[in-house]
Design a protein around this ligand. Structure first.
Ligand code: ADP
Length: 479
């Protein structure tokens, strides 16, 4: 089976968050399962020079986009055993950032159309399935059906759209619909794009795709309800027979405490882990003490992540004998709050207000508890990475957090973390108190909990198998 995996970011080419992690690791896992998978991404100027240099020019052609005809260079390279194609257009992708440009609608419409046009130019590769990810690629199912329906090369291709975060939908002005998309029968497509006086790329993608999935089973159910549905809940509920949830995995090669080059002391046991803690405490100007539990946050600082709850109970947390390390940047209100509390409790809090991959690894290795009180969480990688490093997650029971964290049972010793149900600061506080209590008073059990967490399996193996099943079902429906 041949799968063209279309995504707007893939580590190590470009990564702005969890999407890039998935783009950088799922394709290899699929390849290891026997799928001929090839990844296609925009050739952003931010891609490292040594990777760009490895890319070979295949061909160039013009891509139609409304009244425009835009240049597209198609390049390819093999990286880490995976076949990549790069879509080259300086005008669209030589920018200071990957997203949030004034013309994102045009940039990603171009990308989608360029991907489809590239299929004509691939050598020895005709995809059976195009796997799209998020709104940036959601126009592919639309364009496939509207522009290529009668082309024998495309007629049997099936599409999957994965929703990594329903909050981001690609909502634009109607002008984009007429001027850039210029679909053959605009009247017919109208309702599929229409969204509160605007147009919505993801909505159209959902309605045109053969199969939709999200990145955890719980999130797949949640988004069919108004609280989580981001105004697309009714559409998702209608499409529920085509909607599944497949939990993401993490890259076990990259996130491995035995071999991680970023951490102070590589380890496989709890005792070794605490050496990382003392070093980090000292580096961050906190008192070095392996017996003090270190709570951590590694996160984009946005409303989704439930940081209001944490900020609300900060004084109570500071009454406990704990330290808090926060790594994250984002909205000013959270940045200000963390700076404020760091000034108030300089011996107990350390806040690092930028993006730092190496520091993230150090914290994963050093901390005892990872806080993720998210309002919603499609999958969440942070809790999985934390567990891999023996750092116990405290999560709100939503989306992928619910699907990956089994609450600790003090009677049986089962579980790999702590969780609470409602979006409520007192519940978070109570859960932190329980976890810190267990750390101090049940040290043997805590060690067993760390072991459970480290042995939980979040490799891509299981998820890749589910994607293969999904592709296979689609593929066989064809014949
Ligand atoms: P999301 O994709 O919603 O941001 P995830 O939990 O799925 O959340 O993935 C977040 C990823 O980004 C994790 O790998 C986490 O370690 C990393 N990360 C978040 N903030 C930072 C930061 N300031 N520095 C380094 N890594 C970060």
């Amino acid at each position: 089976m041949r799968v063209l995996y279309v995504i707007s970011e893939a580590d190590p080419f470009i990564k702005t968050g969890g999407l890039g992690e998935v783009g950088g690791s799922l394709p290899l896992a699929l390849k290891n399962k026997g799928i001929d998978v090839r990844v296609i991404i925009p050739k952003y100027s931010q891609i490292a020079l040594e990777l760009k240099k490895k890319a070979i020019f295949l061909t160039s052609f013009n891509v139609p986009l409304g009244w425009r005809k835009q240049y597209c260079g198609l390049q390819e390279l093999i990286y880490g055993d995976v076949h990549y194609y790069l879509i080259d257009n300086e005008y669209y992708f030589n920018r200071v950032q990957a997203y949030e440009e004034y013309d994102d609608a045009e940039r990603f419409s171009f990308f989608c159309r360029a991907v489809l046009e590239s299929i004509r130019r691939f050598i020895n590769f005709k995809p059976d399935i195009i796997h799209c990810n998020d709104w940036q690629t959601a126009l592919i199912p639309v364009m496939l059906k509207e522009f290529y329906a009668f082309d024998p090369l495309f007629v049997n291709i099936r599409t999957v759209v994965t929703i990594h975060n329903l909050r981001y939908q690609g909502i634009f002005d109607w002008e984009v619909y007429y001027d850039i998309l210029a679909l053959p029968d605009q009247g017919l497509c109208y309702q599929r794009f229409e969204f509160y006086d605007s147009i919505n790329f993801l909505k159209a993608g959902i309605l045109y795709a053969d199969e939709i999935n999200t990145v955890s089973p719980t999130y797949a159910r949640e988004i069919q309800n108004p609280y989580y549905g981001e105004k697309l809940d009714t559409i998702l509920a209608v499409k529920k027979d085509f909607l599944t949830g497949i939990l993401n995995g993490i890259d076990y090669g990259k996130y491995n405490p035995h071999t991680d080059p970023y951490i102070y002391v590589q380890y496989g046991s709890y005792t070794q882990k605490s050496k990382n803690k003392v070093k980090l405490q000292e580096d961050l100007g906190l008192k070095g003490n392996k017996n003090t539990p270190v709570l951590a946050v590694i996160s984009r600082l946005v409303a989704q992540k439930g940081l209001d709850l944490l900020v609300h109970i900060m004084p109570q947390i500071m009454e406990m004998d704990v330290q808090l390390v926060v790594l994250g940047t984002g909205e000013l209100q959270y940045i200000n709050s963390f700076h404020y509390y760091t000034r108030l409790y300089p011996d107990k809090i350390s806040y690092i207000d930028y993006y730092d991959e190496a520091m993230a690894h150090k914290i994963y290795a050093a901390a005892d508890i990872m806080l993720m009180p998210s309002r919603y969480e499609p999958c969440g990688l942070t809790q999985m990475i934390a567990m891999r490093y023996g750092t116990i997650p405290i999560v709100r029971e939503t989306g992928g957090l619910k699907d990956s964290v089994t609450p600790y049972n003090q009677f049986t010793g089962e579980g790999n973390g702590f969780s609470f149900a409602n979006y409520n600061a007192d519940e978070l506080l109570y859960t932190i108190q329980r976890a810190v209590g267990a750390f101090y008073e049940e040290s043997d059990r805590w060690e067993a909990l760390v072991k459970n967490a480290m042995h939980s399996d979040f490799s891509w193996e299981r998820s890749a198998k589910q994607y293969v099943n999904l592709y296979t079902a689609l593929f066989h429906n064809l014949s």
